[in-house]
Ligand binder design. Structure first.
Ligand SMILES: C[S@@+](CC[C@H](N)C(=O)[O-])C[C@H]1O[C@@H](n2cnc3c(N)ncnc32)[C@H](O)[C@@H]1O
Length: 259
């Protein structure tokens, strides 16, 4: 008897993810498998008064899955690393919280997102935020140089989540915070879903089973402080909605501390 195990083509996945989020940056009005923009951000809990203080161009390309900045509680003077910063919504909000004595580094692999965020930062005079090209599995920052790592809707897209959490632990000083929103699943997803690069790029196929997700964070050297479900987040296409109903795919926000 022979069995075949399908494998996710990670090169194809990277290209799909880049294509999709390039489009989110450049053509934010298009329809995607997921919601984008200010109405989504406000529904997830972003205070409207905070959104009014950052570039509208960043918010139109917002593709996050939850609001975690309350959990992050970024203080003036802190250094923040945003993994998968997209067009910069969370980086800009973190930059306001960190103030002129703090600093934010956003890391993303998609040129369209980086170029847009960099342009918006210059136009709006955000001097304490910079956007760097890189992978969230190997962010270009020094060891123990960061007070808080943030990430929104991104880690599910990585085929190597333990590497992302290890990279976050490496970047953080002892006692530093990891605050994120991401997509996880109640049940382990079947190969038909995990090997589908389109569903993966739409933030579904890469969802890790939630207990395994927490274990991966703890294994990297974190203590999980709190986890909350974001019931306001929903997928929009029928195909995406079917997979989410069947396997309990959902958005969570989480705070952890590096030991
Ligand atoms: C769902 S979007 C979220 C963007 C942003 N955090 C937001 O809330 O609007 C995912 C972003 O992560 C980036 N990304 C995905 N996988 C990545 C990886 N392995 N390394 C670096 N960036 C990645 C994509 O280019 C995209 O900009």
């Amino acid at each position: 008897m022979s069995t075949t195990t399908r494998q996710l083509d990670t090169s194809e996945l990277e290209e799909r993810v880049k294509d999709m989020y390039q489009e989110v940056a450049l053509e934010p009005g298009h329809e995607f498998h997921f919601e984008t923009g200010r109405p989504l951000a406000e529904r997830l809990g972003y205070p409207a008064a905070d959104l009014d203080r950052i570039p509208a161009g960043a918010i139109e390309s917002f593709a996050g899955v939850g609001y975690f900045l309350g959990l992050a509680a970024i203080a003036p003077g802190e250094t923040v690393l945003d993994l998968g910063s997209g067009s910069g919504t969370d980086s800009f909000l973190a930059a306001l919280a960190a103030g002129p004595d703090g600093k934010v580094v956003g890391v993303d692999m998609t040129d369209g997102q980086l170029d847009k965020a960099t342009r918006l930062a210059a136009e709006a005079g955000f001097g304490n935020v910079e956007f760097s090209k890189g992978y969230i599995e190997h962010p270009p920052v020094a060891d123990a140089s960061v007070d808080c790592v943030i990430s929104n809707g991104v880690i599910n897209l990585s085929p190597d989540k333990p590497a992302v959490f290890a990279a976050a632990a490496r970047a953080l000083r002892p006692g530093g915070k990891l605050a994120l929103s991401d997509i996880v699943s109640a049940e382990q997803l079947p190969e038909g879903v995990t090997c589908d690069a389109s569903l993966w790029a739409a933030c579904i196929g890469g969802a890790m089973q939630r207990d395994r997700y927490r274990e991966a964070i703890e294994t990297a050297g974190f203590e999980v402080v709190s986890v909350q479900e974001n019931t306001e987040y929903r997928f929009v296409s029928d195909r995406a909605d079917n997979a989410t109903q069947k396997y309990g795919v959902k958005s969570i926000s989480l705070l952890a501390r590096r030991s």
